[in-house]
Design a protein around this ligand. Structure first.
Ligand code: GLA
Length: 393
């Protein structure tokens, strides 16, 4: 992993050093409540201390120059404030470009060019929201350099608009919200229908949260993701023939069982069942956590994975291998995939003293079954996107 000093040196090398400032935007894990955000349900994510560093300064020539230490081969990508259209060739730089464009459209005074270096220590494509992390990193850079006062939830919404309308991925609001609103040592219970939220301390006492990376890129992720979304929309519109709901998140398990037959399609019933049950599970999980019942919380995490595997069908062999191997290890409270699925990462809550053994065993089983290695990191729950003066740990 590259340290901040090295990033500053590269910044000075790439851009003539002026008066730069440093920002950090986290990645996120979702503890429970998966594929519920775009179904008007609840999610329970948190920001982590892995994320994206951004070093930035204004320049005087109306040109935005961005450089990523994760995509060195792309070099410095430049665009003018006069032309902020999406361009395929601009590759990852479309994320910062989209943020600049939409904030200008919203009337914020961004009136000069700038130089920004990005470095992310979350692997991209690992399902820890590297893209939302870059969006919010750009957001706080712009706030800082141009003295903008942007309501944080508005900034979160701009990030989502960039993802949906500029980049073209039809994702929900969870990632940007977790990254924009994260708070150290806390999870965020967010009702994605109303955007009401509350923080809940994650008291793990003698446990770690371990991130398990399949190292499988989420290649089909975007198309399959959009497919699941439309399956849920179709199920909802069929249910609306019998009920007055505006989202699947409004149904209880009982009302779902009562009305499900109007959906009249086995696949769609399974998809909607996941959305409804997972939403209920999320509320239950939070209740258990608040009462200090970590074991009960972990059991709900396991059930969440099973539902994502069997009903929502977004796990795949790699994530199943990790979660199922994790369940069998001593000291494990619970394990599940996190994020969109189809590769990416899973998480497990593991007793600290069993952590080394856990990583060795799950790693061994994974390599044997899949043929290449998984990667493991201990996650710390950190604050949301912000200006910083020192490295984030
Ligand atoms: C991705 C999306 C989120 C959410 C999750 C699944 O991370 O960006 O909006 O839908 O998948 O819970």
């Amino acid at each position: 992993m590259i340290n901040l000093q090295k990033c500053e040196n590269v910044f000075k090398e790439k851009f003539n050093q002026g008066d730069y400032r440093i920002f950090f935007s986290p990645g996120r894990i979702n503890l429970i409540g998966e594929h519920t955000d775009y179904n008007g349900g609840n999610v329970f994510p948190c920001a982590i201390t892995f994320g994206t560093y951004a070093i930035a300064q204004k320049n005087n020539d109306g040109i935005v120059r961005v450089y990523s230490m994760n995509f060195e081969e792309k070099g410095i990508i430049e665009f003018s404030l006069e032309d902020l259209d999406y361009k395929k060739n601009d590759d990852w730089a479309n994320y910062p470009k989209g943020m600049i464009r939409y904030l200008i459209e919203d009337g914020y005074g961004i009136n000069s060019g700038m130089d920004i270096l990005f470095y992310g220590n979350i692997p991209n494509g690992a399902g820890l929201s590297s893209s939302a992390s870059i969006e919010l990193a750009t957001g706080v850079v712009l706030e800082g350099l141009f003295n903008l006062e942007i309501n944080r939830i508005d900034l979160v919404r701009v990030g989502k608009r960039v993802e949906n309308n500029f980049i073209g991925v039809n994702s929900g609001i969870m990632d940007q919200f977790a990254i924009g609103m994260g708070k150290a040592s806390n999870g965020i219970l967010l009702d994605c229908q109303t955007l009401e939220y509350s923080y809940a301390p994650i008291k793990l006492s003698n446990h770690n949260i371990i991130i398990m990376n399949t190292n499988k890129r989420r290649e089909l992720a975007d198309s399959k993701y959009n497919e699941r979304r439309s399956e849920c929309e179709e199920a909802l519109s069929r249910l609306q023939k019998e009920t007055k709901i505006i989202s699947l998140g409004e149904l209880t398990e009982e009302s779902f069982e009562k009305y499900k037959n109007v959906i009249d399609n086995d696949i769609l019933i399974k998809r909607a069942k996941h959305a409804v049950y997972e939403n209920v599970r999320t509320i239950k999980a939070l209740k258990e956590l608040k009462q200090g019942n970590l074991l009960a919380f972990g059991k709900l995490m396991n059930e969440s994975h099973i539902s994502l595997r069997d009903d929502y069908e977004v796990t795949g062999k790699e994530l199943d291998t990790l979660a199922e191997a994790a369940w069998k290890q001593p000291g494990v409270v619970g394990a599940r995939m996190t994020g969109a699925g189809f590769g990416g990462c899973a998480i497990a809550i593991v007793e600290k003293e069993h952590t080394d053994n856990f990583i060795n065993e799950v790693g061994r089983i994974y390599k044997e079954a899949i043929g290449y290695e998984a990667a493991f990191y201990v996650a710390n729950i950190g604050d949301g996107a912000r200006e910083i003066t020192q490295e984030v740990v």
